[in-house]
Design a protein around this ligand. Structure first.
Ligand code: SF4
Length: 86
């Protein structure tokens, strides 16, 4: 499985020593998945584009880890809050 490659110059995930597959979590489960997410987020947290990337992924409905957020976390952000609906 692959993902859309974020087009941010100098992005941390573009480094040669970073495995692009780290950011694809859909095939894993359990502990292996959690470890992959943690590693990918660690890369994102040292990236200067983290906020822009997360917003781009949120707006364009990307699948995978972007801006230190998972697909599920971005989906959760889109859900209306109960307090706001009440
Ligand atoms: S925030 Fe993460 S996914 Fe986005 S460009 Fe940076 S390292 Fe890549």
């Amino acid at each position: 499985m692959s993902r859309a490659y974020p087009d941010f110059p100098g992005a941390a995930c573009h480094a040669e020593d970073v495995d692009p597959e780290l950011f694809v979590t859909e095939g894993d489960r359990g502990r292996k998945r959690e470890q992959r997410i943690a590693k990918a987020k660690a890369v994102c947290f040292r990236c200067k584009w983290r906020q822009e990337c997360g917003l781009w992924a949120y707006r364009t409905h990307q699948t995978g880890i972007y801006g230190a957020t998972t697909t599920a976390e971005r989906d959760e952000m889109r859900r209306p809050r109960r307090a706001a609906a009440a």
